[in-house]
Design a protein around this ligand. Sequence first.
Ligand code: GLU
Length: 461
Amino acid sequence: MTVITRFAPSPTGYLHVGGARTALYCWLYAQKTQGKFILRIEDTDVERSTPESVQAILDAMEWLDLHYDEGPYYQTKRFDRYREVAEQLLKEGKAYRCYCSKERLENLRTEQTEKKEKPRYDGHCRDLKEPKSDAFVIRFKNPTDGVVEFDDLIRGKLVFSNKELDDLIIARSDGTPTYNFTVVVDDWDMKITHVIRGDDHINNTPRQINILRALHATPPLYAHVSMILGADGKRLSKRHGAVSVMQYREDGFLPEALLNYLVRLGWSYGDQEIFSRAELIKLFDIKGINKAPAAFNLEKLLWLNQHYIKTSDPERVAKELAWHMQRLNIDVTDGPSLVEIVKAQAERAKTLAEMAEKSRYFYGEVHYNEEAFKKHIAADIIPALRAIEEGLEKLSDWSKEAVHQVIADTAEKLDLKMGKVAQPLRVAVTGDIVSPPIDITLVLLGKEKTLARLTTALTML
Ligand code: GLU
């Protein structure tokens, strides 16, 4: 049997981290089993679904590099199919037309609530023989007794009494299908073998299984993943900070760090924290997913991000950094290669947003931090800066060693400590007090920019 998983987001907003984790688990399981991973956009709620949200989901999937083997399928393009299956159920007497008015249903609900009963449809139209009018919804004839049980791959055996489930509407009065029905038809048509999804869908599962059985379809296996909590133990939401995947991109996270973080948030393999993609594909298993909800921890994500900034191929990190530089309107053609920036700055930034911000001065014009300038560049340092300027001007080999030698020689000649010279020099060429080691900074800036900025600083004095 080929494993087929699907990720089935509703495009009613950005892709949030919980959804991304579900997508990751679905993707990993398909990879691991050499199965298939399908992306299905559940856009039947036309009021809440937007093309921007669809695009946001596709962008996030691409950024995370969770490629799908099939799709994206759009439920709005499958209405004919849902109608066909609803007709089939009607014909076989497994569904029925319900003509109950809004008022009747409202009264029923009030009565039940007053009696402290769970509001549910009472089956009023279930056994009608003749059509009453053109205004109807279609309801599924849920079994009235017995139980639905299934072995959740994460939670074990779950049992639901059919008495708890009423006759679900599968098509609204305007003919549009409802969520539980489209999911069933799609999971069936797409031959999904493993449904991995959030545990907010647990109560839908027995209903979906009943409909699948009515269609003589074998239900897939289900794995309901626990939710992600904020630090306060409440369900993770905007209140807790960023929840959208693309916000994490904007905040400077690498996709590999976010994925590594998300996989561990709810799944474990011993105490191991860091996993390459290849390792994940090898080691991931639904059995390793925890039942208990996990709390989001930004510190840990930052730690992982820095780990990946330091250890990933600098070429790859540079590609992601380019996106941030562009966001800051920094023209990276006018300065060192981003690969060199990554190598020099990896230790100094927890995020790429920070790295981009801290690398501004390598490109374009220098902007002096007034306070830093006043503090570090005073008349007494002019001879040192002049001497360095002269020494550097003569260099034909613009290497770290050669640059370092010029600075060290100047310090020695003027009987100054290295730091006493390096900091004013740093401020003169970068505009501020923080940069990689001074020799590396100058090498990255290049001879032309270094000398031009030294001249500017000296004339400013
Ligand atoms: N469209 C549903 C949601 O976004 C998921 C349905 C499913 O996975 O079965 O919550």
